[in-house]
Design a protein around this ligand. Structure first.
Ligand code: SF4
Length: 278
């Protein structure tokens, strides 16, 4: 059996920066807090915890020290709350998410009803909502956007990890039900590349192993994509979850990680898959 690694793997630049900034803050010797898991990856969370970094849900939980805002960003009120509590703030929001936040605010300021394509409870979407003002709607599925009412001014943005085809379909639907529409394509090009690599890999292999946090939106998209191509795809976080039966009788196994999956985790999975098949 051969294990083929996707041509796109490892951390994206946004995740890399967030992890590096958190590690650098931990070096200072002061208490360091991540507002939510810095990236959706259990291995990285363990590594940061070993350096004394604590995960908090609210700035009020930190008495003193440094709060690092993760790559997904936060609503403006949360940013203000960090400062109100007298804490130092390191903003590791990915530059592409900052761009999406700016566009969302611009749409709200210009009087557009903001339509956000995304998962309502995902932290990045929670952050965008903070910039969208009260006149916004979050849609995640076709059934949801087909229920949108007719609008005078509609502005469309997306959570960075949404699939491009969904964004395209939403935009074409909103064009039909609005008098005026403004669109900012905020789908992340790095995740598009990763999705293309997953599709390519699915075409070349018998089964796909997708490695990443179970709560990682971009990792789950890779699983969906492989399954949409009719391939069996397994979503795992650690090499220990691999089962021999998944590999039996397979000639080529594809391996891809989400944007927050370190290369070392992928290589561990590769090694274990080869050992199980061997
Ligand atoms: S997936 Fe894209 S938007 Fe998200 S952190 Fe990485 S580069 Fe930034």
């Amino acid at each position: 059996m051969e294990v083929l690694l996707a041509r796109e793997n490892g951390f994206c630049f946004g995740v890399k920066k967030a992890v590096e900034l958190t590690e650098a803050a931990a070096e200072s010797g002061r208490p360091v807090f991540n507002l939510g898991q810095v990236v959706h990856n259990p291995k990285i969370s363990e590594r940061l915890a070993a350096r004394g970094v604590k995960v908090i849900k609210d700035p009020a939980e930190a008495e003193t020290g440094i709060v690092v805002i993760r790559a997904h960003g936060v609503p403006p009120a949360v940013r203000a709350s960090i400062e109100e509590h007298g804490l130092e703030c390191i903003d590791a929001t990915c530059s592409l998410v900052l761009r999406a936040q700016r566009f969302t605010k611009q749409l709200a300021d210009e009087g557009y009803r903001v339509i956000i394509l995304g998962t309502p409870e995902h932290p990045e979407v929670v952050g965008l909502v903070g910039f969208a003002g009260p006149d916004h709607t979050i849609v995640e599925t076709k059934a949801e956007w087909e229920r949108l009412p007719k609008m005078r001014k509609a502005g469309v943005v997306s959570q960075s990890t949404q699939p491009p085809w969904a964004f395209k379909e939403l935009v074409s639907h909103v064009a039909e039900i609005s008098q005026e529409m403004k669109v900012f394509n905020t789908v992340c090009p790095v995740t598009i590349k990763r999705q293309n690599a997953a599709a390519e890999l699915a075409g070349e292999t018998d089964v796909i192993l997708v490695v990443g946090g179970k709560n990682s939106a971009n990792t789950r998209e890779l699983v969906n994509l492989a399954r949409m191509q009719g391939k069996t795809a397994y979503h795992i976080e650690h090499s220990t979850e691999l089962e021999r039966s998944w590999l039996e009788g397979k000639e080529r196994v594809g391996l891809i990680g989400g944007c927050s999956t370190p290369m070392e985790t992928l290589l561990e999975v590769k090694e274990r898959a080869e050992a199980l098949a061997g």
